[in-house]
Design a protein around this ligand. Structure first.
Ligand SMILES: [Zn+2]
Length: 414
């Protein structure tokens, strides 16, 4: 058992701070939380480890609902894993996992590109990394965002990792076969795309439709049969409408929702989660290919208005960065941007902890600091409720605890 003495707990369930508490962790779980004034009742001598964390703040381990841990940029040669040996790439991904965990992110939903072998390695204790919820591959139709094509018109005939199947599908038979294959490969959630995006090829824009309504319906039904939820990349236009009306579990990006306010109401009614991903557009507006920069500039204001309407209508909003094409390990940038765009720091922290855990269906074990839950928590020097940006600075992260285990924090390695 270990004791963390004197900390201020951010209680995301009651939206309050519990001052000067002592947390007892037994194995992977939180065993007891009591005011430090009463800790004389505890037999501290029996503790294997005691941490004096007086004046520090503890919050639940952070959760990013939309990451691409295996991606490192938007170049086709890199997306096809042709730019470096597989071994180098694998070790690079391992470093990303380790670094992301050390930044305070104890749970990540990977929205495509990470194979289940990394999850297995973490669970076996071969390496440290966040708890993972995996989409494996992005399912789209021919010409959709998952169908990457070179300027010469070539598709990648060299895909050799059977754990990351190509998920380009057209029509019912291919859809059913691919869903079953993805689940066999370890998909915890099914990721589909019903529109283009900011970074997709010219001719496939944010309002351009991909899957048909009947294909979306089939994907949701067959996924439900396989006990999986569907997360849907959708920015605007008919593809956004179809996936909300048919009832996907979460909308990723949703930048143009404000053009269809009735859809926002429908999301609230149907309990569809909204994952805005401000971080990726903040990146695209200045760093990407010219046509991507133009798209990003055009959709940033709408994205903010969509977010404001969703907050007003009571849609459950969760934090997701869409990291992968750009820097890893700065996932808390999204929490900062949620606040810049109108959330209170407490709302942003909930979006990155308890509400995110609900979206990932792991709220029975993580997402809040409560007796009986798994001890996934971070202890920081400072008050993120006063300054959310402090979570981006690694120097402020004093302890990262996952599954009750203290994770050594090194200097940033990426
Ligand atoms: Zn993404």
């Amino acid at each position: 058992m270990k004791a963390f003495i004197g900390t201020n707990i951010i209680d995301v369930k009651t939206e309050s701070i519990l001052q000067d508490q002592t947390i007892i962790v037994d194995g992977p779980s939180i065993a007891q939380i009591i005011p430090s004034a009463e800790s004389s009742n505890l037999n501290l001598d029996s503790m294997e480890e005691i941490y004096d964390v007086s004046g520090l703040t503890v919050l639940p381990g952070l959760i990013d609902c939309h990451d691409h841990l295996a991606s490192k940029n938007y170049e086709l040669i890199s997306r096809w894993n042709l730019d470096e040996p597989a071994s180098t790439n694998s070790i690079r991904i391992y470093k990303v996992l380790e670094d992301t965990l050390q930044s305070g992110y104890t749970t990540i939903r990977d929205a495509g590109g990470l194979d289940a072998g990394y999850k297995l390695a973490i669970e076996e204790g071969l390496c440290e990394g966040p708890r993972l919820v995996l989409a494996i591959s992005i399912m789209s139709q021919t010409g959709g965002i998952g169908d990457r094509v070179s300027g010469s018109g070539h598709t990648n005939g060299l895909v050799t990792n059977p754990m990351l199947p190509n998920a380009v599908v057209d029509g019912p038979d291919e859809i059913i076969h691919k869903l079953r294959e993805l689940v066999r490969c370890g998909a915890d959630v099914i990721k589909i795309a019903t529109t283009g995006g900011a970074s997709s090829r010219k001719g496939l824009g944010p309002r351009d439709t991909s899957f048909s309504r009947s294909e979306v319906r089939l994907i949701i039904d067959e996924s439900a049969r396989l006990n999986k939820k569907v997360m849907c990349h959708a920015l605007g236009g008919p593809g956004l409408r179809v996936c909300i009306e048919e009832g996907v579990h979460s909308i990723e990006h949703g930048c143009h929702l404000e053009e269809d306010p009735d859809l926002v109401k429908l999301m609230a009614e149907k309990n569809v989660f909204f994952v805005p991903t401000f971080t990726v557009y903040d990146y695209h507006k200045s760093h990407s290919a010219p046509h991507v920069q133009v798209r990003a500039q055009q959709l940033i204001d709408q994205h903010r208005r969509s977010f404001e309407i969703a907050m007003k209508e009571g849609v459950k909003i969760v934090a997701g960065t869409d990291a992968g094409g750009f820097i890893h390990g700065d996932n808390a940038h999204e929490l900062e941007l949620l606040v810049v765009n109108g959330m209170t720091p407490m709302e942003a922290i909930k979006a990155g902890t308890i509400t995110a855990a609900e979206c990932l269906e792991v709220d029975d074990c993580v997402g809040s600091i409560e007796v009986g839950k798994v001890a996934d928590m971070i202890i920081v020097d400072g008050d993120p409720l006063k300054n959310i940006s402090m979570l981006r600075d690694r120097n402020n992260i004093k302890h990262v605890i996952k599954d009750g285990k203290n994770i050594p924090i090194s200097k940033r390695i990426l």
